[in-house]
Design a protein around this ligand. Structure first.
Ligand SMILES: [Zn+2]
Ligand SMILES: [Zn+2]
Length: 349
């Protein structure tokens, strides 16, 4: 597939950008030195300065507002909606495992053990997904283990024979479903962990990935619109002080740098959504035991672009819904060469 060479380049680009960011702003890499509220205040301040200066300097914009109030009204609604989405996302739960575990155990308090018919998966004893054809039949017994509904549910999501030690978090000691990671900033395990966003002051995970995508989408539209207004201001033949131009050029430069970053971020997260991956899974693919043996270009959790998109945009399931590891047969089907029939049948990944 054409994406075989794409993943490593995306991974390298992401790691490079992260390293550069931490080199330029060392405090961002140190949870003890950064303040979540300080970063939120800085981000809010930048928004207010960039938009406020525009309305203070641009007389044409003020005149246009008086003639066509709807134009400025739509712009200000977008500005307010973007800030609202920012705070809405930053205060949302990414889907902590402890909350999911509590909810699940309460909902299944009368759980009774039933015979399992789990499918054989492509996992070895150490949990790494290997060639689907050589996976041995391994049996597992749940006797003697903690038999809470949560543990039993999580066991059904893993391949047979995998040691419970492999999916117990060594930091908070919870039983982790697949695609979970412990976040050292939040000090909690997060379902479908994507990354910890320092600007939002929270993790991005299963519970708030959709809100996060909408936030960067709105931020992109707002940045493009504001850049156009700044360029119109600088190109206008009106008399103004030289320092006004200097301030406007400086703010426009900041805005354009932010816009490049936001556009790349939006494209990157759109790609992750279409292939049902997370940033962590893509960047640390070699280090995640159950992804280690899977070649690049095969997306183990993808259900096809259409279904991935539907699940992401329209699915009304709980933020605590859990995904099992794919079976050997499913991985084998995903590895098959792509044909024209696949295009018609929407077999995308
Ligand atoms: Zn943990
Ligand atoms: Zn976190």
């Amino acid at each position: 597939m054409t994406t075989v060479g794409f993943c490593p380049s995306v991974r390298e680009a992401w790691e490079g950008a992260t390293e550069l960011c931490f080199r330029l702003f060392p405090c961002l890499s140190d949870p003890a030195r950064r303040s979540a509220w300080g970063l939120k205040a800085a981000l809010l301040f930048m928004h207010l300065v960039i938009v406020g200066v525009l309305f203070l300097f641009d007389r044409d914009l003020i005149q246009k507002t008086q003639k066509e109030p709807w134009y400025t009204s739509i712009y200000l609604v977008l500005f307010a909606a973007t800030l609202f989405q920012y705070f809405f996302t930053s205060s949302s739960s990414p889907g902590y495992v402890v909350d999911a575990m509590k909810a699940w155990n309460e909902a299944h308090a009368t759980f009774t053990q039933t015979p399992r018919t789990s499918k054989q998966t492509a996992a070895s004893k150490d949990g790494s997904l290997v060639c689907p054809m050589v996976v041995p039949q391994l049996e597992r017994s749940i006797s003697g283990m903690n038999s809470s509904p949560w543990v039993k549910q999580v066991m059904n999501l893993y391949p047979l024979g995998l040691s419970r030690r492999n999916w117990t978090c060594s930091y908070c000691n919870v039983i982790q479903p697949p695609r979970t990671k412990h976040c050292h900033d939040c000090d909690k395990c997060v379902l479908q962990f994507d990354h910890h966003c320092v600007w939002l002051g929270t993790c991005i995970g299963q519970g708030n990935h959709r809100r996060f995508w909408w936030y960067i989408f709105e931020e992109n539209i707002l940045s493009i619109w504001t850049s156009i207004l700044y360029i119109s201001f600088l190109k206008a033949n009106t008399t103004r002080q030289w320092w006004m131009d200097a301030v406007a050029i400086m703010l426009l430069a900041i805005l354009l740098i932010a816009l490049i970053f936001l556009l790349l971020l939006l494209l990157f997260h759109s790609y992750l959504i279409l292939t049902n991956q997370t940033t962590y899974e893509l960047v640390r693919r070699r280090r995640i035991s159950f992804l280690r043996g899977i070649p690049d270009g095969i997306y183990p959790f993808s259900k096809g672009i259409c279904r991935n998109l539907y699940d992401f945009c329209c699915s009304c399931t709980s933020i605590y819904s859990l995904e099992r590891l794919p079976t050997a047969e499913e991985l084998e089907a995903k590895a098959k060469p792509y044909t024209r029939v696949d295009v018609i049948s929407c077999r995308c990944c």
